[in-house]
Design a protein around this ligand. Structure first.
Ligand code: MG
Ligand code: MG
Length: 247
């Protein structure tokens, strides 16, 4: 899984260098595809079915711009100075999966948008620091939620993290918030678990909806911008090992 995670990390690092005004997300997709192919991996997102969507997902990255939260399809619209773009990438290598996401600023963004990116990354870092055996996931999720809502941002409920291994999406679900509705699904963290932790944070209200008639792109209901950071971690004897940080 670390080998798969390294390929994902390489894609995100390289695309992060390419992101600038005038570049299209279709160009980012082309480069991601090359990197995954050169590494001998397969793209996990391409061909994924979704009952709400009109066609299987057509790309190996999701590229979600501004008010798009997740599942944006790469397209020919050039990025504009001040935009943000969330890139999510999943790769299978030798039977095991990696999955990670980063939100990149296109040139200079407003201070409030920069704060959105910082808080979302911090929520993921809190989860990486606080995940350890003997705790319940809900305790960690509560800390992430406190970080986000304490910054006056919203935590997306409709999409959550997931277990990961030989398949991209395995049990259990890994929500980024905790309330009583989660009590029955909550679980104890144990060494050897592999979790994709992925806070999705909105600058306004947390509700989301489908963004267009493809049935793929998910946007905020109120049009506020959103950020998304994701890593896969393996739970160890005393904490976690991050598998998608390039180490
Ligand atoms: Mg992902
Ligand atoms: Mg994921």
């Amino acid at each position: 899984m670390r080998a798969a995670g390294r390929v994902v990390h390489r894609v995100l690092t390289e695309l992060g260098r390419l992101v600038r005004a005038g570049v299209t997300t279709a160009e980012l997709e082309t480069r991601a595809n090359e990197i995954i192919r050169e590494a001998g991996g397969t793209a996990l997102f391409k061909g994924v079915e979704n009952p709400q969507a009109r066609f299987p997902f057509p790309a190996c990255i999701c590229a979600s711009v501004n008010e798009q939260v997740v599942h944006g399809i790469p397209n020919e619209r050039p990025l504009v100075e001040g935009d943000i773009v969330s890139i999510d990438c999943g790769v299978r290598l030798k039977g095991y999966c990696g999955d990670a996401a980063r939100t990149f600023a296109v040139g200079q963004v407003s201070p409030e948008v920069q704060r959105l990116l910082d808080v979302t990354r911090t929520a993921l870092e809190i989860a990486e620091r606080e995940t350890r055996p003997g705790r319940r996931w809900g305790q960690v999720a509560k800390l992430m939620q406190k970080c986000v809502e304490g910054s006056n941002f919203g935590v997306v409920r409709e999409f959550v993290g997931h277990g990961i291994g030989q398949e991209m999406h395995e049990e259990p679900k890994i929500p980024n918030y905790y309330d009583r509705s989660q009590r029955n699904a909550d679980f104890e963290l144990r060494p050897g678990m592999a979790l994709a932790i992925e806070p999705m944070v909105t600058a306004g209200r947390s509700e989301v909806k489908l963004g267009d008639d493809t049935g793929w792109s998910v946007v905020t209901k109120d049009g506020s911008w959103a950020a998304h950071f994701e890593n896969v971690v393996a739970v160890t004897a005393d904490g976690v090992d991050v598998l998608t940080d390039g180490s």
